[in-house]
Design a protein around this ligand. Structure first.
Ligand code: NAD
Length: 289
């Protein structure tokens, strides 16, 4: 088996995969690859598929398959697999980290300390306790966020058209979620239905001063509409791990909008998660030997 590792996995993975055959990381050898391992960076386009005549299996280490052209793979008989169960805790912890950093003003406090300022009087914090968290999508990651938010004393509600009840959240309509949430955290996949769903009209239905957290997919939100809402103050802050492109374009309006806290798409990049993804890749390849 010839295995091409195209994206960043745990550094132990190449050695762990040698039991299955030859392992290489050089995209110039794509034409030789029978197995292609990707995360979110490599896009499996029809053009890539055409340059990989020996490809039989694509494994996406992670959840979303929006960087894989499934039709192009299907047409060539290439199996596509992912590791959806591995990343939930890693992403949920980052969502909580963003949700905690914003009201606790961690970044402003740290930057001001480094600048020699002592803003003890100015930096007033707010608590998560007794605030309402609305989860848009309560699948694997949303569920982990729900449990953690409940431990902070938040009231957790969720809108998910495919889930009727949940042990850690009260399922509500989208309208109710928008009208009642102090925080909204996004955990839907990017689909034709969710793309751009958080537009100007939907943002207008949110509580004034809402804080949005996005560790799902950037394109669920219309970034121009969100930037305007941040400027007007209707949305008080946006904590995001995800962007229209990795990295965001220089003219991305969220890079200059006020009260945006960003991370560079590191939701799945905990050491523990990369090891878990490696375990699943080994398991998949063991079953195909
Ligand atoms: P999941 O499939 O377990 O859960 C997604 C949930 O969204 C499902 O319950 C589904 O019913 C719901 N949903 C679908 N359409 C909806 C809609 N229109 N409105 C509300 N809910 C809707 O997926 P998951 O493992 O929880 O992952 C969620 C997303 O997180 C992934 O699709 C991916 O885009 C993103 N993700 C990001 C990172 C990162 O690095 N930041 C890492 C992993 C996953």
């Amino acid at each position: 088996m010839k295995i091409l590792i195209a994206d960043a996995f745990d550094k132990s993975l190449p050695q762990r995969l040698q039991q299955f055959g030859e392992v290489f990381e050089d995209m110039a050898r794509l034409n030789e690859a029978e197995v292609l391992l990707i995360r979110s960076k490599t896009k499996v386009t029809p053009e890539l598929v055409a340059k990989a005549p020996n490809l039989k299996l694509v494994i996406r280490g992670g959840v979303g398959l929006d960087n894989v052209d499934k039709e192009a793979c299907k047409a060539r008989g290439i199996t596509v697999m992912n590791t959806p169960e591995a990343s939930s805790v890693a992403v949920a912890e980052l969502a909580m980290a963003l949700m905690l950093a914003i009201p606790n003003r961690i970044v402003e406090a740290h930057v001001s300390m480094k600048e020699g300022k002592w803003l003890k009087k100015e930096l007033k914090r707010t608590e998560l306790y007794q605030k309402t968290l609305g989860l848009l999508g309560i699948g694997r990651i949303g569920s982990e966020v729900a449990k953690r938010a409940a431990a902070f004393g938040m009231k957790v509600i969720a809108y998910d058209p495919f889930i009727k009840e949940h042990p850690a959240a009260k399922l509500v309509s989208l309208e109710e979620l928008l009208a009642n949430s102090d925080y909204i955290s996004f955990h839907t996949p990017l689909t034709d239905e969710t793309k751009g769903m958080v537009n100007e009209a939907l943002i207008a239905k949110m509580k004034k001063g809402v804080i949005l957290i996005n560790t799902g997919r950037a394109k669920v939100i219309d970034e121009s509409a969100l930037a305007k809402a941040l400027v007007s103050g209707h949305v008080a802050a946006y904590g995001t791990d995800v962007w229209y492109s990795d990295p965001p374009a220089a003219d991305c309006p969220l890079l200059t909008a006020p009260n945006v806290l960003g991370t560079p798409h590191i939701g799945a990049s905990s050491k523990e998660n990369l090891l878990r993804i490696g375990d699943i890749v080994v398991d998949i390849l063991s079953k195909r030997r």
